[in-house]
Each structure stands twice: as C-alpha cells, then as structure tokens.
Design a protein around this ligand. Structure first.
Ligand code: ZN
Length: 242
C-alpha cells in the first residue's frame, strides 16, 4: 500500500493541484494530511475542498485553528497574523466548522501523525535540535511518527543503540528495528531553499519512505496573493523556498 503524507498546504491551490496530480501518477492508495491546510495563501476554501476530498484523515495545524480563533496568535509574526485574520474572513461557514472539529493526533498501528510534535501536540513547538528529537522519540511508542509544521523536510532515525541520525538516502529503507521521526515538508510554502512542493510517500509493502518534490505555477499563486491584498513577503518567499 502506498500512503502519501501531505502537510502545510497553506491555501496554495496551484501547489496542491500539482501534488494531487503526482499522487495520482504514483497510484497512491491513501492520503493523510498533517494540517495547516490554510493560512498564508490565497485559496483557503478551494484547498480545504480538495484535501477533504482526497485525504482519509486530516489533523489540525496551528494556522487552521488560528483562522477560526481556536489558538492564540500573539506569538505569530505580523504577516502570519494578518493572513490568519484574512483567512478567517473568507472561510465559508461549513469550512469554519470543519477546521474547528479537527483532532491534534491520528494513530494507526505503528504509525503516529501529528502537526507539530508528539511530545506536546497542542503546543505547536518546533523540532529543531537533536535534543528536541531525543525527547520526542521518548514521547511516542509507535515506530514511525510523521510531523510537519517547520516546512523543512527531514528523516531522523533512532537506532536500537539509541543513536539519532539524519537519513539522506533518496529512498529510505525503514528497518523493523529502527524508529523514525519524519518531517514531510510543506506542499504550499517550502522553507528548505527548494521552492518545489514537497510531500512524503510511504510504501508499506517495500518498507520504504521517500520525499517527493513537485514543481508548480508559483507565479500564479504569487499573483493571487497580491490580488488578495495579502503581504508581498508571502508572495516573494514562495519563489525562494524560504
Ligand atoms: Zn505551516
């Protein structure tokens, strides 16, 4: 079975559409979304409609909850807050209800899915250091935990001996004795210096995981951001992948 794990779409319809097309080409059986369907970008309602249609499970991201007033935005930077307020105004009533009802965590067998960290899903912490990774590996019992939130894809492995390493293989062989903490990157606002949309692909038969990058019509999304009156910075950063 092939599962696509998508995260941080951020109302970017062009990126999402391009990713959906690639998921179809790859014959993905199932899609799980790690949240932040909205925020920053110009097409929140369109993004929600597509993700709801394609994803088996969608969990909550901080921007999803921020746009419906369910999380504190005082720690948001100005552009993030401005975009969250704009999103809150344009969301349909049905989509507002839909976002409000999302859960923080999804568990299935040896897989755990959460937007920010397994340690404290409701706190929206960032996983930045090896110390953070070590604490978070101790905070879940499943073999593999998928996260989003930072928009920077990375595969961390914990060996039986307790060593943590960054796995850079194009296709990662998930060993039965290893445990993994995997950031699947961002569909709609990558921040690892690569502007292409990013998502994760888990092949449970092969026991492999890989990150997939997809080019999309960035200029179209940028024009829509400007036309919506959202901050220019949100348009500019898409081309840089930052
Ligand atoms: Zn995000």
């Amino acid at each position: 079975m092939r599962m696509a794990i998508i995260s941080d779409i951020h109302s970017n319809l062009e990126a999402l559409t391009a990713v959906v097309q690639v998921m179809d080409e790859l014959k993905v059986d199932e899609v799980v979304c790690l949240g932040d369907v909205v925020g920053y970008g110009p097409d929140p309602n369109e993004a929600i409609a597509i993700v709801r249609e394609r994803a088996l499970v969608i969990i909550a991201g901080n921007h999803d909850f921020a746009s419906v007033g369910l999380t504190d935005t005082t720690y948001f930077n100005t552009v993030a807050r401005e975009a969250a307020e704009w999103t809150g105004k344009v969301l349909t009533e049905e989509h507002r209800r839909f976002l409000s009802d999302l859960d923080y965590v999804y568990r299935r067998g040896h897989l755990l899915f959460v937007h920010a960290t397994p340690e404290a899903p409701e706190q929206w912490y960032y996983l930045e250091t090896i110390g953070d990774a070590r604490r978070n590996f101790a905070a879940f019992s499943e073999r593999v935990c998928f996260v989003g939130h930072s928009h920077v894809p990375v595969v961390l492995a914990l060996t039986k001996q307790g060593e943590i390493s960054v796995v850079t293989d194009q296709k990662v062989a998930l060993t039965p004795e290893g445990r993994y903490l995997i950031n699947v990157g961002s569909v709609g606002q990558p921040r690892d210096g690569n502007p292409n949309a990013c998502f994760g692909l888990l092949d449970s038969e092969q026991g492999t995981f890989q990150l997939v990058r997809v080019g999309y019509a960035i200029a179209t999304t940028q024009e829509k951001i400007r036309a919506a009156g959202l901050p220019e910075y949100l348009a500019a950063r898409l081309a840089l992948g930052l």
